[in-house]
Design a protein around this ligand. Structure first.
Ligand SMILES: C[S@@+](CC[C@H](N)C(=O)[O-])C[C@H]1O[C@@H](n2cnc3c(N)ncnc32)[C@H](O)[C@@H]1O
Length: 185
């Protein structure tokens, strides 16, 4: 079911999402390091302006791949411009999805969901699609912002993810955010 309070982060906020202050507060390499290895296939849902995308691509190395999807073509265009000439363009596939369907194919080692689940109208449909795209033993990293997502709402997200077949395996301390790592058994 669609929560009534879903709100899509507007394109005008893309600069805020990709600022040097944020890079200092939320260092992508540090956040990703425990989960991303060379050769991995990573699916990033709601990549926005690509704050994490290029770092993921560097970390998966030449034999890895990142599929970065977003609802908004404007966000994807920002990533496309950043990727050009970066040296990792061959590892990144950009895809425009629909609000209730990712519509990608492949099988992934990691699905990265940073500040996006609360914007998705049907979390159950999202997690079911994610499970279908994950390799057995594959991981899902979820992080949500504290003001938009209460502790109760985050637990409800994890319950929905559980119903889709994922198990919570970790609760990274990401104060003030809410974060969890889930696994496809
Ligand atoms: C708050 S931004 C976060 C962007 C990025 N993950 C980051 O942390 O910088 C949320 C992004 O998710 C995208 N989004 C919202 N609903 C989505 C959906 N149903 N499927 C895919 N992307 C979605 C928005 O277009 C926006 O770019």
């Amino acid at each position: 079911m669609s929560p009534e309070n879903t709100h899509i982060c507007p394109l005008e906020h893309s600069g805020r999402l990709d600022s040097s202050i944020r890079r200092w507060l939320q260092n992508p390499q540090k956040i990703l390091a425990p989960y991303v290895r060379e050769g991995m296939d990573v699916l990033e849902v709601g990549c926005g302006p690509g704050f994490f995308t290029l770092d993921i691509a560097r970390m998966v190395g030449k034999s890895g791949r990142v599929v970065a999807v977003d609802l908004q073509e404007g966000m994807l265009q920002i990533v496309r411009d950043k990727v050009r000439g970066s040296g990792v363009e061959g590892r990144i596939v950009l895809h425009r999805c629909e609000a209730e369907r990712l519509g990608v194919s492949g099988s992934f080692d990691l699905v990265f969901l940073f500040y996006v689940v609360h914007e998705v109208p049907d979390r159950g449909a999202l997690f079911r699609e994610v499970v279908a795209l994950l390799k057995d033993g594959g991981l899902v990293y979820v992080e949500e912002p504290p003001f938009e997502v209460s502790g109760k709402a985050f637990e409800e997200t994890l319950r929905i993810a559980g119903d889709a077949g994922l198990e919570v395996t970790g609760r990274p301390k990401r104060f003030p955010d809410r974060a969890a790592v889930l696994k496809k058994p």
